[in-house]
Design a protein around this ligand. Sequence first.
Ligand code: DC
Length: 209
Amino acid sequence: MNRRIITIDGPAASGKGTIAKQVAAHFGLPFLDTGKLYRAVGRYALERNLALDQADEVAELVRFARSIDPKTLSDPKLATDEVGNMASKVSVIAEIRTALLGFQRDFAHLPEGAVLDGRDTGTVICPEAPYKFFITADVKIRADRRTNELQAYGKSASYARVLRDLEERDTRDSTREVAPLIPAPDAIVVDTTKLDIDAAIALVLSHIR
Ligand code: DC
């Protein structure tokens, strides 16, 4: 088993993405933000106006999911909240999750090791990973951080709307039947409600060392 696989799961705006990137940089490991795969599928559905309750349109999405070009995952258009919400909706569909499994497992088993960030990387993608973290924070704090982040980028963002979107996304991600957002039984849970990002990164690194 590869001793250098690190999985970092958790809800939106918990800080998991920043922590995962820093941990990957610290150890010089390849990094995969698995949410980007779901975002790419969500964006494809939005652009083509595909209906998620139509079997033939879902089949088209599944075909797309099986053949995602890794080079497209750095497209900044994947970062919008509209795409994120659609990603959450497509991620409920079991066939889409299955279509994305191979890509994620191949990445996790790169010979040099890997850091994966997502919702199910420690529970489904790589339950055998030796280092598993679940990053979380109170939803009001996450909404606060996300609102500030959006405003810093010059985007208009109301705290109430961001909070509502996060709560909806948490409910959908946590209550879906396939691969719900839950910590792996052996994951280390890091609550960042009262931790700043540097302290959270230091805590995760100290567990790995
Ligand atoms: O982390 P993110 O905001 O980029 O993720 C977008 C959506 O994708 C999220 O609401 C649920 C889904 N997702 C998932 O179901 N499983 C993952 N491993 C990563 C993301």
